[in-house]
Every structure is written in structure tokens, then in C-alpha cells.
Design a protein around this ligand. Structure first.
Ligand SMILES: N[C@@H](CCC(=O)N[C@@H](CS)C(=O)NCC(=O)O)C(=O)O
Length: 222
């Protein structure tokens, strides 16, 4: 197999998804770090949007974290990162879409919101989404199975996890901790933290806080 290069940045949760998938899939790859504050001009030829992640393998270039992860999963049958049954595969896609369209945008909207009223409204919506995730995890395995679709980690877990590693940013900048009653969600995060892929790619909370304070554009509002 031709070597895979992943254009990435440690701060970026989307690129984090792809590093996790590559490690879980045990596919050899090289990380090329892109400084998002000072992107090299050549990177525009790889990704005209100048965003990370991008994957390059010989002449083949692919963008978008979720599409990249589907490609990574299809490189080899094992370990499978999608469930086996068509219905569970469909549900995995549904939850991956939920992560991207309903959960992730609220994370950024909350960080960017400058007015208190707007912030509280977004926070409410984000808490509802967290409740939906917790209810689904409870319904699926009553706290017994470590991952979304049972005993094996998959693309659904990977689609969500990077934002939970960055949750201390919301806690620090917006005073929003993870509610303790969301026991299934918290249990799932703990299971993810035990994985080698997560340990190898993880960064400390202070790193994310410093990076995102810059992104938020001002110091905490608490
Ligand atoms: N939908 C894209 C989002 C990628 C994205 O937004 N990446 C950010 C970093 S987290 C980026 O590179 N933004 C361009 C910039 O910072 O100039 C994906 O899933 O890959």
C-alpha cells in the first residue's frame, strides 16, 4: 500500500477523527502538521479550502474528515470500524451525521456567542443534544458496553470523541461542565480515554484552552 500522509493540526478535532481512525485501523501513516495560523502556500494545491484534515496517498487526495474515515475503514476488512448488519450500519451513519450536523456546530456556536442571552439559548440546545446522546447510549447497553455499537470501537465513537476531549475549553471559556447525571455519556468518554489511539493523539486541556482562547477572541466570560 502506498504511504498515507495525513495533513493535520493537533488542535483540530476534525483531523483528530482521522488520526484516531488510522490508528484504530492500524494503517501506517505519516502526519504532516499544518500551522493553521501560517499555512504554507503549497497546501492550497492539496486542499483549496486550506483546511485540515486532508489525506494524500500518491496522486490521490481526499478531504473531509468523515469521508476520509470511510475511506480508511474500507482499506482493509479488519478491524471493521462499522457494524456488520445493514441496519446497524445505517444507524451508525445516522449518528455520525448527528455528530456533524447537530452536535459539533453547537460547540462552536457556544464558543463564538458573545451575548449572554444567545449563549444561554445555545447552551440549552447543547444540553438537549447531550441528553439525547446519553439516552441513546443507555438504551443501547445500560452502561454495560464500552462503545456506541457494543464491544468494538467504531467510526461513530470517533466522530464524536474529539469534542469531548476539548470539553475543558467550554468549561473554561463558557462555564459549561458535563452534567454528572449523564452517566452513560461519561462512561463512554472514560472507555474512549483508555484506548491507545486516544492516548497517542491526546493533548492536555491547557493546550486546547490556550489555542481556543485565541479562537474565541477573548478571555473567559465567567
Ligand atoms: N468539514 C471539515 C471541517 C474541517 C475544519 O473546519 N478544519 C479547520 C481546523 S479544525 C480548518 O482547517 N480551518 C481552516 C482554518 O483554520 O483556516 C472536515 O470534517 O474535515
Amino acid at each position: 500500500m502506498e504511504l498515507i500522509e495525513l495533513f493535520s493540526a493537533s488542535v483540530c478535532p476534525f483531523a483528530h477523527r482521522c488520526r484516531l481512525a488510522l490508528l484504530e485501523k492500524q494503517v501506517p501513516f505519516e502526519v504532516v502538521d499544518i500551522d493553521l495560523r501560517n499555512k504554507p502556500a503549497w497546501y492550497r494545491d492539496i486542499n483549496p479550502d486550506e483546511a485540515v484534515p486532508a489525506l494524500r496517498q500518491g496522486d490521490f487526495v481526499l478531504r473531509e474528515s468523515l469521508i476520509i474515515n470511510e475511506y480508511i475503514d474500507e482499506l482493509a476488512p479488519e478491524p471493521a470500524l462499522m457494524p456488520a448488519s445493514p441496519q446497524e450500519r445505517a444507524m451508525a451513519r445516522w449518528w455520525i451525521d448527528f455528530a456533524d450536523t447537530r452536535f459539533v456546530p453547537l460547540f462552536y456556536q457556544l464558543l463564538k456567542a458573545q451575548e449572554e442571552e444567545e449563549r444561554l439559548a445555545i447552551q440549552e440546545r447543547l444540553l438537549t443534544v447531550l441528553g439525547t446522546i446519553d439516552t441513546e447510549l443507555k438504551r443501547r447497553h445500560q452502561d454495560a458496553a464500552p462503545y456506541w455499537f457494543g464491544g468494538e470501537v467504531g467510526l461513530t465513537d470517533i466522530a464524536f470523541y474529539p469534542w469531548f476531549e476539548r470539553w475543558p475549553v467550554l468549561e473554561h471559556c463558557r462555564g459549561l461542565g458535563l452534567p454528572g447525571e449523564l452517566t452513560s455519556l461519561i462512561g463512554w468518554i472514560e472507555s474512549m480515554r483508555k484506548r491507545d489511539s486516544v492516548k497517542k493523539t491526546g493533548m492536555p486541556a491547557d493546550f486546547y484552552i490556550a489555542e481556543y482562547e485565541d479562537y474565541v477572541g477573548k478571555k473567559p466570560t465567567k
